[in-house]
Design a protein around this ligand. Structure first.
Ligand SMILES: [Ca+2]
Ligand SMILES: [Ca+2]
Ligand SMILES: [Ca+2]
Length: 312
């Protein structure tokens, strides 16, 4: 029993076949470098057998070569190189060309146009969104509609309606004033920020002298002067110019005492005025009393002794 054994050699030089095997060369290359095969070396080798053309390219066999007809989007001898279609600027009306492997696309975003090459006007082409109050217009090809993306402070289908931000009470410590496209806050004393939500640090200017420790407050600051030789505390605000622990009580009691003293003084004044008024209406002359008790005689006249009688 024989086993037929083959081994392909490019050349029979150096007698590669062992055990008296007969050597046959199947592929030859002529003097021009063209390769052939067949028993008589009569057949041109099909260079397309190995399918050298990629991406569905069509291969044309040549003598010792091949030619690839590439599909759209591909270039190169074997159709292995992407064609950059954007080099020819295919997108219209401001569409952005985006190259990709084997193809490209036109980004028509914000152009108002649509279609593969942005060649057809869409619902945004007429610029329906307010030209100042909107950021951009987004169109939908499916139902030929659009949506305006409004800038902050504006609403409405075309961004032409002011939002009244004051309805949401944005000003934490102040008064809200609405205006077109925005709002403003008039802050209460001691507050700052767009929404008056930041307490002003009155200690930022280091107002306390001689090493006193500053304590930030609402529209005021307090200097803790302990250890500086001054009074313990100074509070600076529109109500209290100076406050110390010792006269803390007087801050509360003082007005009460002053009020009581004022009432007393007023009472005295009223009493004196009433007394004077009574004296004026009830003077010392009364005809009825005079009739009963007779005319008054001055005490000096009553007490005056009669002149002495002379005895002659
Ligand atoms: Ca491409
Ligand atoms: Ca507003
Ligand atoms: Ca403050």
């Amino acid at each position: 029993m024989y086993h037929l054994m083959f081994k392909v050699w490019e050349s029979c030089d150096n007698t590669p076949c062992e055990n008296n095997g007969e050597c046959h060369v199947t592929n030859v290359t002529n003097a021009n470098g063209v390769r052939f095969t067949g028993d008589q070396c009569e057949t041109n080798i099909d260079d397309c057998v190995v399918q050298p053309c990629l991406k569905n390219g069509t291969c044309i066999d040549l003598i010792n070569d091949h030619l690839c007809n590439c599909t759209d989007g591909w270039d190169g001898t074997n159709c292995n190189i992407d064609r950059n279609e954007c080099d020819t600027q295919p997108c219209q009306n401001g569409g952005q060309c985006e190259n990709n492997e084997g193809s490209f696309r036109c980004n028509c975003y914000q152009t108002g146009y649509q279609g593969q090459l942005c060649q057809y006007p869409g619902p945004c082409a007429s610029q329906p969104c307010h030209y100042i109050n909107s950021d951009y217009c987004t169109q939908f090809i499916q139902n030929n509609s659009y949506i305006c993306t409004c800038k902050s402070g504006w609403s409405g289908s075309n961004c032409d309606t002011d939002i009244n931000e004051c309805l949401n009470n944005p000003c934490k410590n102040g008064t809200c004033n609405n205006n077109n496209g925005s709002y403003s806050c008039a802050c209460m004393p001691g507050f700052t920020g767009t929404n008056c939500d930041f307490d002003i640090d009155e200690c930022a200017t280091t107002p306390c002298k001689n090493g006193g420790k500053c304590i930030n407050g609402l529209n005021k600051y307090t200097c803790n002067c302990s250890g500086t030789g001054e009074l313990a505390y100074f509070i600076h605000d529109p109500q209290f110019q100076r406050l110390t622990p010792d006269n803390n009580l007087w801050i509360i009691v003082g007005p009460v005492v002053a009020g009581v003293l004022l009432i007393i003084v007023i009472g005295i004044v009223i009493f004196i005025m009433m007394a004077r008024s009574k004296r004026a209406t009830r003077g010392t002359y009364s005809p009825s009393r005079q009739e009963i008790s007779g005319s008054r005689v001055e005490l000096g006249n009553v007490m005056k002794p009669p002149p002495e009688e002379r005895l002659i």
